[in-house]
Design a protein around this ligand. Structure first.
Ligand SMILES: O=C(CO)[C@@H](O)[C@H](O)COP(=O)(O)O
Length: 224
């Protein structure tokens, strides 16, 4: 990367206290979060069931920062308009969960959101080949999707580095996000590999002082 990138920290509300979600998202934004990461699981594409557009709509008035919706659902297309109406700003999905990747990306953009693809640890990057021009964000999973609190898979660093080169070669302004097991101790490694956007769930919501964690993460990023 020629210039120092703009780093973004995106707390995953999967680890928040759902009995007081409005307060949780307000607190984490006051603590310095750049966006809110919103994990949607359908008990079909992944073995867990979480939240949908109603919850996105409910938290929307509580925060001014972008809401980054990560769809772990199959099929993909029918839920996209509902999330756009609910106030999502970014919508990402897994390429193997969509019948027509190009169409799904276009659908997201047609609804006024930034669009992206998500790669599981074992998903090949070939899916990127014909759609770079429709991407605003690429999300590399550093755990297998479905649950918070898992350990970071180190092989993801190699994948991040490959995607960083592809993005730089494309000359496009595409965010490179990493998600899963991100902590104060490893955020700099992910940044050094080329990530600029960091999802962290348990590392932030698992601690009493969100600002202390976010500031410490920024401190580590400043050293990269
Ligand atoms: O999408 C997912 C899991 O499928 C993630 O967003 C997790 O919610 C991140 O949690 P931590 O690994 O940071 O606890």
């Amino acid at each position: 990367m020629p210039n120092k990138p703009t780093y973004r920290i995106a707390p995953s509300i999967l680890s928040a206290d759902f009995s007081r979600l409005g307060e949780e998202v307000r607190n984490v934004v006051s603590a310095g979060a750049d966006m809110i990461h919103f994990d949607v699981m359908d008990n079909h594409y992944v073995p867990n069931l979480t939240i949908g557009p109603l919850v996105c709509e409910a938290i929307r008035p509580h925060v001014q920062v972008p809401i980054d919706v990560h769809l772990m659902v199959k099929p993909v297309d029918r839920i996209i308009p509902d999330f756009a109406k609910a106030g999502a700003n970014i919508i990402t999905f897994h390429p193997e969960a969509s019948e027509h990747i190009d169409r799904s990306l276009q659908l997201i953009r047609d609804h006024g959101c930034k669009a992206g693809l998500v790669f599981n640890p074992a998903t090949p990057l070939d899916y990127l080949e014909h759609v770079m021009d429709k991407l605003d964000i690429i999300l590399i999973m550093s755990v297998n999707p479905g649950f918070g609190g898992q350990s970071f898979i180190h092989e993801a660093l190699r994948k991040i580095a490959i995607v960083r080169r592809l993005i730089d070669d494309s000359g496009r302004n595409i965010m490179l996000e990493v998600d899963g097991g991100i902590k104060i101790e490893n955020i700099a490694q992910a940044a050094a590999a080329g990530a600029d956007t960091f999802v962290a769930g348990s590392a932030i919501f698992g601690k009493p002082d969100y600002k202390l964690v976010i500031d410490a993460m920024r401190g580590e990023l400043a050293k990269v």
